[in-house]
Design a protein around this ligand. Structure first.
Ligand code: SAM
Length: 358
């Protein structure tokens, strides 16, 4: 998924410096406390670490429950029986049959269609077009079916989150936005005209028991035991809750009241301190102070709210601190170059490294 602040393209840089700075004998439990898409946790899971993953957003929890929490593709045993009568011409593997079944469902006019599609909102105060009508209706049908299977105890928790993660990924591919959900486009763009399609997830095999949470990071870092704490907080005023509110609602499917042109849901309890200049550094310090990890790494960049010098001075009060840097192409969510707040295409990515001394 194309996510603000995604570290997908920085993984070699992170791996190199994290492994170089931390002691190889003790670095077995890796805590990705602001996990987002889970790109960093997934990478360290592949490297053989025990991964603990956390994010305050529910869509992120679903993605991480699948990619981090599951160690082999689910078998869908109970559903396999359910499909056995009509197996003619269907794919061999249960997992593919389940995805195929969901992809072929007839659409229905549920919450997504009624609130995020033109057909469902035309003539109302706030017409919206986040998805084509067809994709909105199919998303509703799939989301409702996944929930019903869970209620009927036909799928396990792992299978439930696997399907939700696949739906979140699929929905994001056909969203009619410039990238984030702070606005939708007036015309349906070519990628949004394609049909919504659930696909298999790339599950990383592992023998370790990984943990996934959805909690405010600061309180969790106090209680979770780990060797390496990786902190990748928001860098600026843009709250993730507002930029990804549509994915949040599809993940929860809780029919919340929606507000205004963009159809925002209430996000009071998901506001991040890291989005405020006045709170960010204090929040970071309390996270570091209370963390159980010996090695702490912070990803940040040259345009973030916390000045680099203040971060490094604060870290030095807690142990040995170093700053590693890399030039990086900027994330672009807009289409209009002229109205950009940040004009440069490159930004310096920072990795602050701290070995905490007791
Ligand atoms: C820069 S993004 C992380 C990107 C991630 N490393 C990736 O590669 O996808 C920051 C994440 O922090 C989460 N977040 C913000 N405040 C939080 C908090 N107080 N506790 C937990 N997560 C928080 C946001 O929801 C967002 O997903």
């Amino acid at each position: 998924m194309n996510y603000i602040g995604s570290k997908r393209s920085l993984l070699p840089f992170l791996e190199r410096h994290i492994l170089e700075f931390s002691s190889p004998e003790t670095n077995r439990a890796f805590f990705d406390v602001f996990a987002g898409t889970g790109a960093v946790g997934r990478h360290f899971k592949k490297l053989g670490f025990q991964v603990i993953s956390n994010d305050i957003q529910h869509y992120s929890y679903c993605l991480n429950r699948a990619y981090i929490g599951i160690n082999r593709p689910p078998a869908f045993c109970k559903l396999a029986n359910f499909f056995s009568d009509s197996a003619n011409g269907l794919p061999d593997k249960a997992i593919d049959r389940v995805l195929d079944y969901l992809n072929r469902l007839a659409g229905c006019e549920g919450f997504v269609y009624r609130n995020y599609c033109l057909g469902g909102t035309v003539g109302t105060e706030f017409p919206r077009q986040y998805f084509t009508d067809e994709n909105g209706k199919l998303c509703d049908a799939i989301r409702l079916q996944i929930e019903k299977w869970r209620q009927d105890k036909l799928i396990s928790d792992n299978e439930y989150f696997y399907l939700l993660a696949s739906l979140i990924e699929a929905v994001d591919k056909v969203a009619n936005t410039a990238s984030v959900y702070g606005a939708f486009l007036k015309r349906i763009k070519p990628s949004a005209q394609k049909s919504l399609k659930l696909e298999r997830l790339d599950i990383i095999p592992s023998q370790k028991k990984h943990q996934v949470y959805q909690q405010p990071g600061a309180s969790l870092a106090r209680s979770v035991a780990c060797d390496i704490l990786y902190i990748d907080p928001p860098y600026n005023q843009r709250q993730y809750a507002t930029n990804y509110h549509v994915l949040e609602t599809i993940a929860r499917y809780d029919s919340p009241p929606l507000y205004g042109v963009t159809g925002l849901r209430d996000y009071e309890h998901q506001k991040s301190d890291f989005c405020y200049r006045s709170k960010a550094l204090k929040s970071l310090e309390s996270l570091i102070q209370n963390a159980t990890a010996r090695y702490i790494f912070l990803s940040y960049n040259s345009e973030g709210l916390m000045p680099e010098q203040e971060v490094i001075s604060m870290m030095k009060r807690y142990g040995k601190a170093e700053l590693r840097q890399a030039a990086h192409r900027r994330f672009r969510a807009d289409v209009n170059r002229a109205s950009r707040r940040y004009k440069a295409d490159q930004v310096t990515e920072y990795l602050f490294c701290l070995e905490k001394l007791a």
